[in-house]
Design a protein around this ligand. Structure first.
Ligand code: COA
Length: 329
C-alpha cells in the first residue's frame, strides 16, 4: 500500500454569466429572494450548439496538467464525474482523446453532486493498491441543459463548470487522502432526479421508448437531508481518523446553498472563517463545485502545506459522503 496526494488542480467555467436580474426576466423571482434563500448571485451557462461538458472538462484538465508541466501521456486513469455527459455511453473517452492522454483508461462516474468525492475516493483506491500512479479526476457538469428555465424553484440554483485534480502516488509519509465516509439512500431517489420517461410503445415488440425529463426536486426535503446527514458523515469520518473538528483547517462542502453550508458548519462548531465558498459566483455546478472551489482557494493561497481539508459532497441518489485531505504540496 502506498499514499496518494493531490498534485495540481485546474478549473474552467463558460463565458456567459447569468445574474439573478436576468433570471427574474424569465421567471417570477427576484435577486433578493434568490440571494436570501441560497446565497447565489450569478451562474455561468454553456452556450454554443457544438459545446458540451467535454469542452469544460478538457480545459480544466489541461490547466491542471500545465501547472505541474505534466504530459497527458503520463496519466494512467481518467475518472470523469458527471451527470450531464454528451454521450450516454460516457464522455471520459472523448476527454482522453482530446487532451491526448492516449495511455489512460477512462470512464465516467455518475453520482450527481457527490460525484467528485466518490471519484477522488475511487482514484485513491487504484493508487493505494499500486495499480496506477497518476490519476486525473474531473468533476464537470452542464446542468443548464437539464434545467427547466420556466421552473423558478430549480432554475435559480444551477450553473455549469468543471474542475480537475491530478492525484499521484507518493510515499506513505506524504499521504494526503486520509480517509472517507460514503452513503447512499436509494429510497429517496425521487427527491432529486432527472427521470427517464417512457412514451410511445412500439406495437410490434412492446418496447417502450422515451426521453429524459428536466431536473425534478423537492427543495425542502433536499435541504433537510443535507443539513442533517452531512454533519453526521463528517463527524464519523473525523472520528475514524481521530481528528477533532477543532483541528480542521478548511471545510469545503458541495456548493449548493449558502444556508446549507453555514448550517452544517454550525452543527460541527466549525467557525465560518474556515469555510471555502464561491457559490455566489457560480451557483450549484454539481460535480464541478468542489474542485472549482478548491482550485480557487489554492490560487488565492488560502490553503497551506499540511492544512486539513474536510470535503463533503451531497445530492441526488440520494448520495452523500466525506473525504478528509491533508494538503501535501
Ligand atoms: N422566487 C420567488 N419565490 C419562489 C421561488 C423563487 N425562485 N421559488 C419558490 N418560491 C416560492 C414558492 O412558490 C413558495 O411560495 P408559497 O409559500 O406561496 O407557496 C415560497 O417561495 C416558499 O417555497 P419553498 O420551496 O418552501 O422555499 P424554500 O425556503 O424551501 O427555498 C429552495 C427553496 C430551493 C431555495 C430551498 O428549498 C433549497 O435550497 N433546498 C435545497 C435545494 C438544493 O440545494 N438542491 C441541490 C442539492 S445538491
Amino acid at each position: 500500500m502506498q499514499g496518494a496526494r493531490i498534485l495540481a488542480t485546474g478549473s474552467a467555467v463558460p463565458e456567459l454569466c447569468v445574474n439573478n436580474f436576468k433570471i427574474s426576466e424569465m421567471v417570477e423571482t427576484s435577486d433578493d429572494w434568490i440571494v436570501t434563500r441560497t446565497g447565489i448571485k450569478e451562474r455561468r451557462v454553456l452556450t454554443g450548439i457544438d459545446k458540451s461538458v467535454v469542452d469544460l472538462a478538457c480545459l480544466a484538465s489541461i490547466k491542471a496538467l500545465d501547472k505541474v508541466s505534466m504530459s497527458p501521456l503520463d496519466i494512467d486513469l481518467i475518472i470523469l464525474a458527471t451527470s450531464s455527459p454528451n454521450d450516454l455511453f460516457g464522455s471520459a473517452s472523448q476527454v482522453q482523446a482530446q487532451i491526448g492522454a492516449n495511455k489512460a483508461v477512462a470512464f465516467d462516474l455518475t453520482a450527481a453532486c457527490s460525484g467528485f468525492v466518490l471519484a477522488v475516493v475511487t482514484a485513491a483506491q487504484f493508487i493505494e493498491n499500486g495499480s496506477y500512479k497518476n490519476v486525473l479526476v474531473i468533476g464537470a457538469d452542464v446542468l443548464s441543459k437539464w434545467t427547466n428555465w420556466l421552473d423558478r424553484s430549480t432554475c435559480i440554483l444551477f450553473g455549469d463548470g468543471a474542475g480537475a485534480v491530478i492525484i499521484q502516488a507518493c510515499s506513505k509519509d506524504d499521504n494526503g487522502i486520509l480517509g472517507f465516509q460514503l452513503n447512499t439512500d436509494g429510497e429517496k431517489s425521487d427527491q432529486l432526479s432527472i427521470p427517464y420517461r417512457n412514451k410511445a410503445k412500439n406495437k410490434t415488440i412492446s418496447i417502450c421508448q422515451g426521453e429524459f425529463d428536466f431536473i425534478q426536486m423537492n427543495g425542502r426535503e433536499v435541504y433537510k437531508f443535507a443539513v442533517s446527514k452531512v454533519p453526521l458523515s463528517i463527524f464519523k469520518c473525523l472520528q475514524s481518523l481521530c481528528i477533532s473538528t477543532e483541528d480542521v483547517s478548511w471545510l469545503l462542502l458541495h456548493q449548493a446553498n449558502e444556508r446549507i453550508i453555514h448550517a452544517v458548519a454550525e452543527r460541527l462548531s466549525i467557525h465560518s472563517s474556515k469555510l471555502i465558498s464561491n457559490l455566489h459566483k457560480y451557483g450549484n455546478t454539481s460535480a464541478a463545485s468542489i474542485p472549482l472551489a478548491l482550485d480557487e482557494a489554492l490560487s488565492s493561497n488560502k490553503i497551506k502545506y499540511n492544512d486539513l481539508i474536510v470535503i463533503s459532497g451531497f445530492g441526488a441518489g440520494l448520495t452523500w459522503g466525506t473525504v478528509v485531505i491533508q494538503w501535501k504540496c
